[in-house]
Design a protein around this ligand. Sequence first.
Ligand code: DOR
Ligand code: ZN
Length: 470
Amino acid sequence: MNADLVIHNGQIVHPDGIVDASIAIHDGQILAIGAPDAMPTATETFDAGGLHILPGAIDVHVHFRDPGYTHKEDWDTGSAAAAFGGVTTVFDMPNTVPATANASALSDKHAIASSRARVDYGLYGFLGEDTIANVPEMVAGGVIGFKLYMGETFGRLPTPSTGAMLEAFEIVAPTGKRISLHAETASIMARREARMRNAGRTDPLAHLAARPAIVAVEAVSRAAILAEWTGARIHILHISSAEELRPLAEAKARGVDITGETCPHYLFLSADDYDRCGGVIRVNPPVREARNQQPLWQALTSGVLDIVATDHAPHTPPEKTRNDIWTVDCGFPGVETQMSLMLSALPLRHASICDYVRWSAYNPARIWGLAPKKGAIQVGADADLAIVDLGREMVLDDAALQSRSKISPWHGRRVKGLPIHTLVRGRFIMRDRILQDGTQGWGRSVHTIQSMPAARPRNTDATMEAIVRF
Ligand code: DOR
Ligand code: ZN
């Protein structure tokens, strides 16, 4: 068979090693990997000499804001940012307007994303107090998984009670879909924030004081218990503290199907950066004391944490620079800078580029049932590739971001290691650091290839549905 493209001379990065080999691509898929002279003839050949070829990152946590907040981001700008970050698949959060909480909102978002996205994507469905009954229609409409906010954050979607959360877990468990949790307990934060506001605190560090680690630890523990009872699969988003690692590790040891993610801002930033950044650093959960960083890195290395994602949460400069910290929108862009930040830090943290592809691509694909199509460079997989120059240095510059949000705490930081070319299903969407024309709408929803292992619901005789049937 003739190939569309053969890439020569690159160093291919797998989770368990690096291999010098050529890659042949046909119809968007990897046709062959091997010695240059074993490659089929090709329409185009590409020289990746001196470069590393990684599976494109799968960022399971982005907010592309479309529909509803397109002054902050949309599918075009968000997915352009992904392309520049070496990210080939994103999972988009449901706190848009309308929230992605029923079949019609989901179908509208699919229509927007399929016409504008440059990278592949999955869409999360929203689990709120009053949207649990919509789970079947959202599954039928094509979600990658569900999102449940245990604490309020941007978008002010109300937090479901523990009763509603248990019922949501009961309903989702037999579908096999994974529920991703914003694990911060609303009532603890609300009380502390109200007390501080009354006392007149409006400084950036008040945000951290309102959300100490117990806010997250209590939520992670509660979510793990509900998952254990119902057999629902869960994923803990944006783990920010050392203290959350114990309930996560303990639940894993008990056999709960639970996975954990952290983000670059918890690995690189600390309470010491609040002075420099002001409201720009405001994010939920908050950036914490520096002592948390080493345990988070250690948990990635040991496998207690599975994934690095970004919580790409774009806002405009005026929304990020208000004087009163309680009025500053939470979050900042990250999908574009994650890979460079991580690659820069690996030597210092005694981690390898192989570890990195495990956290950024291999594990996300496995955990959401996208393997073997996504997340690894192997024959038969989609040719989703980030081609990276590990020697290339750059100073991160907010003004140069593809994201519509030109404000982040990363501005001015020197990184080493840059994605130079990004391919999604065999097509260059970024080449030589230039966005490729006509790539809008190339992205596809990955729910169609998702294949989760058989669901294992538990305590099914005690579910809400069972007890009303009697
Ligand atoms: O800081 C945050 N911003 N945390 C979240 O969980 C949501 C996000 C947003 O949508 O802006
Ligand atoms: Zn988020």
